[in-house]
Design a protein around this ligand. Structure first.
Ligand SMILES: [Fe+2]
Length: 263
């Protein structure tokens, strides 16, 4: 018999891992998770572009749900936010029938206030590939207004640490419209909110951007992928006093780290 116990919301310590940009490579899920078998994981976070596009239910099951169940999901939950590739394909609109939440949200767990942003597409809404049916500019504006309130909330301000999860990074991901719009809207709010950590993907090049008082006041950690040799798993441990991040490549080699104490 399998058992499933939800994380105690008052847990003094929290541990989770981030996988991102798998792009329809289901074998990456066990491979990367097996690199950190000793780490107690309260949840696994999928930070977008787990697929290239959404074709049908079989793809959803074979390339994500089944490897998750076989690996961890019988006992450990996962949290998932869309990347730009989760908005593509004829089955993209069926997502709400399979996942409770793949867009923006905020929740408190143990010492952390989590904020998840749904960064949308990388091209302009008017680009011919979207056939006039998307409006991500307005959606990002709506989220920026929501984030402005969130950073003023008691739950956000009182948390030991504030962690933001978003597929397209708020900086350092090129000159396309979506990334630039994310920088314009979200970066000032992340600075003003004294965010302790931002976890992203999208660029396919792993990198730890240290906090910079002239730019991103927060550390920005971008996971890599999807090709062999470029994939990463990012492990995060948080107590009431300390936050520690370790990023491993797919050979299990440490390729990035960050540590901070409570401000
Ligand atoms: Fe992406």
């Amino acid at each position: 018999m399998e058992t499933f116990v939800n994380v105690d919301p008052n847990t003094p310590e929290l541990s989770f891992v981030m996988l991102n940009d798998l792009h329809d490579r289901p074998e990456s899920i066990p491979h990367l998770l097996n690199l950190v078998p000793e780490q107690k994981k309260h949840f696994v976070f999928f930070n977008g572009d787990i697929f290239d596009h959404q074709a049908d239910e079989k793809q959803l099951i074979d390339n994500m749900l089944l490897p998750c169940v076989n690996c961890f999901a019988k006992n450990t939950p996962f949290v998932y936010v869309r990347g730009n590739h989760e908005t593509r394909g004829k089955f993209a609109r069926e997502f709400p029938e399979y996942f409770m939440q793949v867009n923006y949200s905020a929740f408190s767990l143990g010492p952390v206030r989590f904020v998840i942003l749904d960064t949308g597409e990388d091209k302009e809404d008017t680009h011919p590939v979207y056939a006039g049916i998307v409006n991500f500019d307005e959606y990002r504006l709506h989220q920026a207004a929501w984030l402005k309130n969130e950073i003023e909330s008691k739950a956000f301000k009182k948390a030991s640490f504030r962690i933001v999860l978003m597929h397209i990074p708020p900086r350092f991901s090129g000159e396309a419209h979506g990334p630039k719009h994310c920088t314009m809207l979200f970066d000032p709010l992340l600075n003003r909110g004294r965010v302790d950590l931002v976890l992203s993907g999208h660029t396919h090049r792993y990198k730890v951007h240290q906090p910079d008082l002239n730019a991103n006041h927060y550390p920005l950690i971008i996971g890599g992928g999807p090709a062999n040799g470029k994939r990463t798993i990012t492990a995060i441990k948080v107590t009431k006093q300390e936050l520690a991040v370790t990023m491993l490549d797919d050979a299990g080699r440490e390729v990035g780290s960050y540590k901070a104490s409570r401000k």
